[in-house]
Design a protein around this ligand. Structure first.
Ligand SMILES: *Cc1c(COP(=O)(O)O)cnc(C)c1O
Length: 524
């Protein structure tokens, strides 16, 4: 196969059929490899003039669309039901998920989702209800929302909560909109939000989306927010700060209370990105650190499946100062019944609400899963989850720091994730090569090139449910791959060798996906 100068297949080659069983000494007639079956694009196996269903002839009726009806076919492939089922089942076998093996993705915690969660979320009383049903017919669902809200307020030590945001980034927007409303209510138009260099990309994006100017705060060489630089920047134009704690270097921001006090003294608000709350549940209450608003990624901290665009849920807890501005609707217990507080009845403490984040209540399925997880672990169990997640991450940090550069390891323990750099690799070898090598060894790669404060970053989060044996196997594989990267082993540079696909041109795959029926492909 010819390669361009980056060692990637060129466009002229058919990257879709390379390697799986079709080339070399182990080639098979079909391209299948034992019971792992090669799969064509659905546009290649289906045909537009075929259909999987028998429809009656179109009646000879006059169209009521007044000339707006479609006049040409849109080129969707037609397949029978069994062909369709096989197509997606085969593709699913190329997929890697948390139920197959170790998934060391840092920052975006990928933890085991206990099956009990699924059983509860599928109970018809939760799964089959409609948000416009009469309130008296969904009291159980409201009770779940309210009990989960109580758990989250208790665990964070915060007095108020908005349950409706649908993911972490949506929660950030909710928090920043509440901050803006609070500032506007006191006639104080501030323009700047400060965000540390190591922040998740959603933080500056949220602040900018809400109309703020974003300014970076530098990190110390220990990987934490530079308190002095932050304090020096505070002033009457700063609306607030957005700080992730534990941060995206996997470190606890020890100065958090000092930061909050300084921001409050300067008239601003403190937003905390709580995506990493799973490292401190039951150990630290963010409310005690002076935080005004924090989202919780239910889908990271409290299990529940996610990834691949799956459902998220990002409730936001608020301080007393921001409580009046929290979004509607609210579920509130009044006597023995749960009532919905909406625009028409939002007297007193909800009257200053900035509005709504979504039409209804949020992600009911995720609420049910998260509450199930909490009730099955109990308060002590949740604390143990955090401790085990931190223990596993530190085990990884200490098992690899002699072969991989761990820039922040000298400053002590990490939290739930361990961060390494690409320092010491042979000329031309990068973090990407490590990731591809891991695929050959049967592991999903770690998070790479994030956070940006470390060169060629590798961010590894084991989560709490991995056994010592599973982690040891991963560590063994990674040590082996790192040795190859340090010695400049050409075989690693060409990895993966055993995956259904070799290295693709990732830019081309993202920018020019082949999504159309082949005959119309060039035209689109
Ligand atoms: C995952 C994550 C987010 C965004 O959360 P989503 O639910 O994916 O929108 C924000 N910040 C950090 C640190 C994260 O890990």
């Amino acid at each position: 196969m010819s390669m361009n100068n980056q060692g990637r297949p060129t466009r002229s080659e058919d990257v879709r059929i390379q390697d799986i069983g079709t080339k070399g000494a182990n080639a098979t007639f079909t391209g299948n490899r034992a019971l792992i079956l090669e799969e064509k694009l659905i546009f290649e196996s289906g045909s537009i003039d075929r259909t999987g269903v028998d429809l009656p002839d179109i009646p000879d009726a006059k169209s009521r669309l007044g000339g707006l009806e479609r006049s040409e076919t849109i080129g969707l492939p037609g397949l029978s039901e069994s062909e369709t089922v096989r197509h997606y089942t085969r593709l699913s076998r190329f997929n890697y998920g948390i139920d197959l093996g170790f998934f060391p993705l840092g920052s975006c915690t990928m933890k085991h989702n206990p099956r009990l969660n699924e059983k509860m979320a599928r109970l018809p009383g939760f799964a089959d209800i409609h948000p416009l049903q009469p309130q008296e017919s969904v009291q159980g669902a409201y009770q779940v929302i309210d009990e989960l809200a109580t758990w989250l307020k208790t665990l964070t030590g915060m007095p108020a909560i908005a349950m409706s945001p649908k993911a972490g980034a949506h929660g950030e927007l909710c928090g920043i909109l509440a901050i803006r409303s609070a500032l506007e209510a006191r006639g104080d138009a501030r323009e700047v939000i400060l965000v540390p260099e190591s922040a998740h990309g959603t933080n500056p994006a949220t602040a900018a989306f809400a109309g703020y100017k974003v300014e970076d705060i530098p990190a110390t060489k220990e990987g934490r927010v530079d308190l002095d630089a932050l304090v020096a920047r505070l002033g009457p134009d700063v609306a607030g700060v957005m700080i992730t704690n534990p941060n995206t270097c996997g470190l606890f921001e020890r100065d958090m209370k000092k930061i909050s006090d300084a921001v409050h003294d300067a008239g601003g608000f403190v937003y905390c990105d709580g995506a990493n709350f799973n490292a401190i549940v039951g150990k630290v209450r963010p409310g005690d650190l002076g935080i005004d608003a924090m989202h919780i990624n239910l889908h990271k901290t409290f299990s529940t499946p996610h990834g691949g665009g799956g459902p998220g849920s990002g409730p936001v807890v608020f301080s007393a100062a921001l409580e009046p501005f929290a979004p509607l609707p609210f579920v509130e217990k009044q006597g023995d019944t749960y009532k919905l507080v909406e625009e028409e009845n939002a007297e007193e403490h909800h009257a200053q609400s900035f509005g709504r984040m979504v039409a209804f209540h949020g992600q009911m399925g995720m609420f049910t899963r998260a509450l199930t997880y909490m009730l099955s672990h109990g308060g002590d169990g949740l604390k143990q989850v955090s401790e085990d997640a931190v223990l596993n991450a530190n085990y990884i940090l200490r098992s690899l720091e002699d072969v991989l550069d761990a820039p922040f390891a000298p400053s002590g323990y990490c939290m739930h994730e361990a961060l390494f750099s690409d320092k010491g690799f042979a000329e031309g070898f990068t973090t990407l090569d490590i990731a591809k090598g891991l695929i050959d060894e049967g592991f999903h790669p770690m998070t790479m090139y994030f956070p940006l404060v470390v060169h060629g970053a590798m961010l590894i989060e084991p989560t709490e449910t991995e056994s010592k044996e599973a982690i040891d196997e991963f560590v063994g594989a990674l040590r082996h791959i790192v040795a190859a990267a340090k010695s400049g082993d050409a075989k690693l540079k060409a990895a993966p060798h055993h995956a259904p696909r070799r290295r693709l041109d990732e830019t081309l795959a993202a920018r020019k996906p082949v999504l159309v029926y082949k005959e119309t492909q060039d035209a689109v």
